[in-house]
Design a protein around this ligand. Structure first.
Ligand code: UDX
Length: 433
């Protein structure tokens, strides 16, 4: 059992903290947002994530988790300090490290003569940040008068690979745990936090661990853009991308995952991480042609329904369009970089009237009198001439297809059998088939 504090109780911080507590460690979760901490103390979970409420409740029952806004308390009472603060994209695509920098400076301000803290970075930070953090902490401690700053801390990179909607499951059954540090003993000590999970371990240096995270996400994003490009060609030549994916995926060297054609990737990770990697490549004067193309293909794919409608000469001016699914993927309330936002903006630009429905997302950051969020999927559908399926929530899979009569239906995620669509809809489209 180790004493851990987690700085930042966003999605990554809260999942990591509560899962560590569930594994038996003593965890202090800190956030500067008082309101959030007050809610967490009352057992209210600020994000929608399956199983998270149960894990937090179990951790609380076993007295292994505390929530606080008090930095001094968190740092004094822990040997491991995980940084899980946000690293949003700046307009040029680089990651904004100001929250990480603030966290590091605050940590330094509470490290004293007799302390040794292991500072573990969980936030997705650009390659090179671990060593930058080490220098920053050394300088801060020197300023405080600690003569041998390196004796008081060690920086570790431990990237997260959690999928939204499956974060607790992913934490408990990791494909691998990656630990990067320039001190091998500290890396092994950090790895032991996960020992009860018995995962495959990669113990390496700081930049390699940081690179594994980016290269993994960029590769998955590349698979998605690749299959979407193949889908766009498949539909022109009469091929079916679903069967193409299946045929490709049976090759063990390719594998079946992340070959689902659709309306591209969204979320807080893939778009941001690919852009940050492009930015890092530029910084080091390294070509990033593949990554550039991954982003370009994805931007086009998100608004593919608009292209389909225009190419079919369907007038959008005054058209009533239902959107099913607003979150960037099912089982989350997250709309960051969601295709729904791009599609809605394009529809509104073309003077369409949008009836949007999602099982969980009930508001959008777009204010327009022509955007109406409905409480029920059929309300949106019945009021519209066109339906665009944007996110493949389970509740859209088995529906009353008879209601598709007289409608133009675009299945943006290929969730419905093509024959069924053909039978019931007035006109139908899907992706790559
Ligand atoms: C991702 C990574 O999977 C995770 O390891 C990392 O830590 C964070 O980023 P997440 O963003 O939660 O997780 O979602 P994921 O399930 O990976 O899907 C990302 C996007 O890709 C979604 O918009 C999804 O619809 C899309 N996608 C995924 C496809 O279009 N096709 C696929 O085959 C797979």
């Amino acid at each position: 059992m180790e004493k851990i504090s987690i700085l930042g109780t966003g999605y990554v911080g809260l999942v990591t903290g509560s899962c560590f507590a569930y594994l038996g460690h003593k965890v202090i979760c800190l956030d500067i947002n008082k309101e959030k901490i007050e809610k967490l103390k009352k057992g209210e979970i600020p994000i929608y994530e399956p199983q998270l409420d149960k894990i937090v409740a179990l951790a609380e029952e076993s007295d292994n988790i505390e929530f606080t806004t008090d930095y001094s308390y968190a740092i004094k009472n822990s040997d491991f300090i995980f940084i899980a603060v946000g690293t949003p994209s700046l307009p040029d695509g680089s990651a904004d490290l100001s929250f990480v920098e603030d966290a590091l400076k605050t940590i330094a301000s509470y490290i004293n003569e007799n302390d040794f803290k292991i500072i573990v970075n969980k936030s997705t930070v650009p390659v090179g940040t671990g060593r930058w953090a080490t220098k920053l902490l050394e300088n801060e401690l020197l300023k405080k008068g600690l003569k041998e700053p390196q004796k008081h801390f060690c920086v570790v990179s431990n990237p997260e690979f959690l999928r939204e909607g499956k974060a607790v499951e992913d934490f408990m059954n990791p494909d691998r745990i990656v630990i990067g540090s320039d001190d091998k003993d500290i890396a092994l000590k950090t790895a032991s936090l996960y020992s009860t999970l018995n995962p495959p371990m990669i113990i390496t240096n700081l930049p390699t661990a940081e690179m594994i995270k980016y290269a993994s996400n960029a590769f998955l994003a590349t698979k998605i853009s690749f299959i979407n490009e193949m889908a766009n060609l498949s539909e022109k030549i009469g091929a079916d991308i679903e069967i193409v994916s299946k045929g490709m995926g049976l090759d063990k060297r390719i594998g079946p995952y992340f070959l689902k054609a659709g309306l591209g990737f969204g979320g807080s990770c893939f778009p941001k991480d690919v852009k940050a990697l492009i930015h890092t490549s530029r910084k080091y004067n390294v070509e990033s042609s593949i990554l550039d193309a991954v982003i370009k293909v994805n931007e086009n794919q998100k608004i593919k329904p608009i292209k389909i409608l225009k190419q079919s000469n369907i007038d959008l001016n005054g058209a009533k369009v239902a959107l099913w699914g607003l979150a960037f993927k099912p089982d989350t309330d997250d709309i960051r970089e969601a295709a729904s936002l791009n599609i809605i903006n394009e529809l509104l630009k073309n003077n369409a009237i949008v009836f949007a429905y999602d099982p969980i997302v009930k508001s959008l950051p777009i204010a327009n009198k022509n955007l109406i969020i409905t409480k029920d999927k059929y309300e949106a559908l019945d009021k519209s001439d066109i339906l665009i399926l944007v996110t493949e929530w389970d509740e859209f899979k088995n529906i009353d297809f008879k209601r598709f009569r007289d409608k133009i239906v675009i299945d943006g995620r290929n969730i419905w059998e093509k024959n069924i669509l053909k039978k019931y809809a007035k006109t139908c489209f899907s992706i790559g088939r």
